[in-house]
Design a protein around this ligand. Structure first.
Ligand code: C2E
Ligand code: CA
Ligand code: CA
Length: 528
């Protein structure tokens, strides 16, 4: 625009100069009088009409040029506005009107480059904020409700830190860069940001509430670049997320080390899944009426190269977080079907699904296709789903259970008593089995309350015609008490520990021996 303006000015100066030179020259030679004389001499050539037309065309040309110039200017103005709008859209979030991640990236690049020139003397506190429970609001209020909540959160953060840079980095993630040179109460600001999010709000007249996990770090006191500050604030935020007693946490070096070892664990988990280093182990499930094995539960075991066994509680949640749970689960089920095909036909296979898997609506169909591929009877498979998984995404859980049940696959409600599912849900989901959580069994002989809960769950199972399996049976007296209460089945170290596939056949044979004569099936047999 500036260039065009300069050019127009130069053109105007040249035209004006030409006019002055022309005027002086034509005045000097008396050009007009000579032309008039020439026209009069050659009247028959009709030169006067020609000259008049030329003059009019000249004037019209001038008017046209002025109009075109106006149009070009308006066009340029529009283009400039569109460019500015495009630039704004690229660097800001349209929903909350806050700067976005792209803005942050260019901000960091500019800042950290300036820093290497020794220009920056600033001190900043960087806060990473992540909402807790946003998904539930989205599920409950729909996407429009979720959007309204994000806008409110953005407004509140802006009010809590009016002089600071507030960004929305995507989803329910926000970042605040606050000037720490000012004598600010930095932990206090973290708390205000967290409180601003937590305060209940109404969306379309309905009450809504989300939590916030906040992690922060101070630059340059704790980190050497602003980019590191953002990364470290994220690490502190994750630490806060995993710490129920503290929703605002300052970054510490040990958190950095934890994150680094987690990154190593993540990498080796990916490799382990790819290389089939995670294999199914099988724990016997015993029918108390016949004292016979009615099935085996698949429990994943990660066998490291030095022969160490890693427990699933360490890697299943991690596999969910890094997105390899589907691959891992499919491989385990494939292997388990192969192993179980060699067992007697009446021995069931029990397989766990984790909460995140249940929100994948296609999981049921994938399980069915694995069974078909392996030629494994759906009625021999029981899928275990925890109570907490059922309440996370009820619609998806219902759809998946529907798929499984209509294919003839059995379903069990795992870890019963630890979650929040209501009794009406149990009836609605049509489970074939309830598994009483281990925590009740470990204490039910000593604690009357726990005893009453176990009794009530068994009665509930009977009332709904659902079989009950007690988990974590470790002692003879627990076994005797459970049988006395009418519990149908059990599982636990007393009845058999998880074992590798190659030991299952021996276990089943031993089990048959026990039944065929003497011996107590409740004895600890195979142990790994
Ligand atoms: P879970 O489904 O409740 O499995 C039973 C857990 O109790 C197993 O722990 C088992 O080893 C343990 N256990 C069995 N009997 C006893 C006992 O008498 N005493 C004690 N103290 N513990 C006993 P494990 O193998 O560490 O598995 C932990 C959890 O990891 C499982 O809990 C299950 O939720 C999950 N998991 C295991 N394998 C898989 C899998 O392949 N996929 C998914 N999604 N989750 C899995
Ligand atoms: Ca289970
Ligand atoms: Ca369980």
């Amino acid at each position: 625009m500036q260039i065009l303006r300069n050019r127009a000015f130069t053109d105007a100066v040249i035209l004006f100069a030409l006019f002055v030179v022309g005027y002086l020259f034509f005045s000097y030679v008396e050009a007009f009088e000579q032309i008039v004389e020439f026209v009069e001499i050659h009247e028959d050539w009709e030169l006067d009409e020609g000259i008049t037309s030329l003059t009019l065309i000249g004037i019209a040309g001038f008017v046209y040029a002025v109009r075109r110039n106006h149009e070009a200017r308006a066009e340029l103005k529009k283009r400039k506005a569109a460019e500015a709008n495009g630039r704004w859209l690229a660097q800001n979030d349209t929903l909350t009107k806050l700067p976005n991640r792209r803005f942050l990236n260019s901000f960091l690049q500019k800042f950290d480059n300036g820093q290497s020139d020794g220009k920056n003397t600033a001190r900043y506190a960087v806060y990473s904020i992540d909402l807790d429970g946003f998904k539930q609001v989205n599920d409950l209020h729909g996407h429009a409700g979720g959007d309204a909540l994000l806008q409110k959160v953005a407004d509140r953060l802006t009010k809590a830190a009016p002089d600071d840079l507030i960004m929305r980095l995507g989803g329910d993630e926000f970042l605040v860069i606050a000037d720490a040179a000012k004598d600010q109460d930095l932990p206090g600001l973290g708390k205000s940001l967290s409180d601003a999010v937590r305060k209940p709000m109404t969306i379309d007249g309905i009450h809504a509430e989300v939590g916030a996990s906040v992690g922060y770090v101070i630059y340059p006191d704790q980190v050497s670049t602003l980019e590191d500050a953002v990364r470290s604030a994220d690490i502190a935020m994750y630490a806060a997320k995993n710490n129920p007693s503290n929703s605002v946490m300052s970054f510490s070096d040990s958190m950095g080390e934890e994150a680094a070892s987690r990154a190593i664990l993540e990498r080796s988990l990916r490799v382990a899944v790819r290389n089939n280093d995670i294999v199914p182990y099988y724990q016997p499930l015993i029918d108390f009426e016949t004292d016979k094995v009615y099935g085996f539960e698949v429990l994943a075991r990660w066998i490291t190269h030095d022969g160490k066994l890693i427990e699933p509680t360490t890697f299943i949640p991690l596999a969910e977080q890094i997105g390899v749970i589907t691959e891992l689960s499919d491989k385990l089920l494939n292997q388990a079907c192969e192993d179980a095909s060699k067992w007697p036909d009446d021995v069931m296979l029990s397989f766990n699904l984790s909460p995140t898997q249940l929100s994948d609506r296609l999981i049921g169909l994938r399980i069915i296709s694995i069974l078909a591929e392996k030629g494994f009877l759906p009625s021999r498979l029981e899928i275990e789903i925890t109570e907490s998984a059922m309440v996370q995404d009820v619609d998806s859980a219902l759809a998946v259970l529907g798929d499984l049940q209509s294919a003839g696959i059995h379903t069990a409600l795992d870890d019963f008593g630890t979650g929040y599912s209501s009794l009406s849900q149990i009836a609605r989901f049509n489970f074939d089995r309830i598994k009483i959580d281990r925590s009740f069994i470990s204490e039910f002989e000593l604690n009357e309350k726990q005893h009453n809960i176990v009794k009530a769950i068994i009665a509930l199972g009977e009332g709904l015609d659902i079989s009950t399996t007690a988990e974590g049976v470790e002692t003879d007296s627990q076994l005797a008490e459970l049988k006395a209460l009418g519990c149908a089945c059990g599982q636990g170290h007393l009845l058999g520990r998880p074992m590798p596939a190659r030991q299952v056949a021996t276990f089943i044979a031993g089990d048959n021996d026990d039944r065929s004569g003497h011996g107590n099936p409740g004895l600890v047999r195979s142990a790994v």
